[in-house]
Design a protein around this ligand. Sequence first.
Ligand SMILES: [Zn+2]
Length: 415
Amino acid sequence: MKSLPRFTLGTGDRFTQEGEAQLSAIQAAADRGIALSPVWNKSNREHTIVGTKPQSLRNEADAAVQALGWSGAYFVDADHINLTTVDSFIECSDFFTLDVADYTGKAASPEARAAFLAKHASLIGTHPLPLLDTPVTITKEDMERTADNFLWAMQEAGRIYRHIAAKKDRAPFAVEVSVDETDTPQTPGELLLILAMIADEGIPAQTIAPKFTGRFNKGVDYVGNLENFEREFDADLAVIAYAVRTFGLPANLKISVHSGSDKFSLYPVIRRLVAKHAAGLHLKTAGTTWLEEVAGLAQADGSGLDIAKDIYAAALPRAEELIKPYAPVVDIHVPSLPSAETVRRWTSSQFLAALDHNQSCPDYNPQFRQFLHVAFKIAAEMGPRFADALREHRDVIARRVRDNLLKKHIEPLFA
Ligand SMILES: [Zn+2]
């Protein structure tokens, strides 16, 4: 097992150009005493859309680390993989996010179900957990329903884990189990039972990504009830600590917040609860770096702004296709998006006002921002024109990528 530090930041980078800018944000944080390790993550979905191979992310991470002389830990995450997609990631990754959301709701064998219910019968009841005002209660029905929904999926996580471990041949790696892309959120009681299943499978999970209550849409703030989230997150952290003590999971097991970028209203809550429980945290920021690339091009004006507008104009007629792979994590009402003609007339500052995640700006348009978030396929199709523009406007983009991570994400959560 490759041990994860207490705080890690997932820095996805669709076009693998911003590794140094991302690392410079973490380096600046380190200089101020914030201990944070970067995890470069990219899913098979993103590699497929952009047309890159997993090795390119490893190359990017290693090059950034070498260029900046980073001496801390860093990781390369095969994000959201399963048995059908993992093989091309094995060699170049040392962190694996086992995504078994698609396997939930499938029944395990009657024998496995009965064995699970018998082994963990003592979990039925009320658990007054340390630091928690309201105890976590699990009924017999909860237990049976959770077994029906998750046991087969966690057995699948075990199969993926063992497949990787066999191919890794003792080379150490870190494991996350993710069920964040399911239809319904998991309750803290369900999380406890899921962790029991993970332990039974012998998976040395160091992070767990549940689906939380409310909407975690790409690139925009949390949509939901803050008090409900706070209660749930508080209980989730207590449940994780309890599961570590009870099931023998790795002592540094921590929670992972997917689509975690830009959830500004949640950051004070998360920060307070992580401190309260002396817990760890893995925050995946993913595509927010790509949005800074578009914003940087728009900010550069001239040919940069033209490219940003061309991406939007080409994306709009293909909205359905672009949104589809991200449907669970965006809320985009296509008819309310500005027309391509409207955007064509925008100045650099108008484009930025709509795109920048600044909720106090009256022209900020979260629909526009979410839509551009899923439109990176268009930039990939532009090929050298987009790649050359990133190079040409490297300075303005790098500054934006760094400031976005440092000031909007790292400082509010970890400083
Ligand atoms: Zn995710």
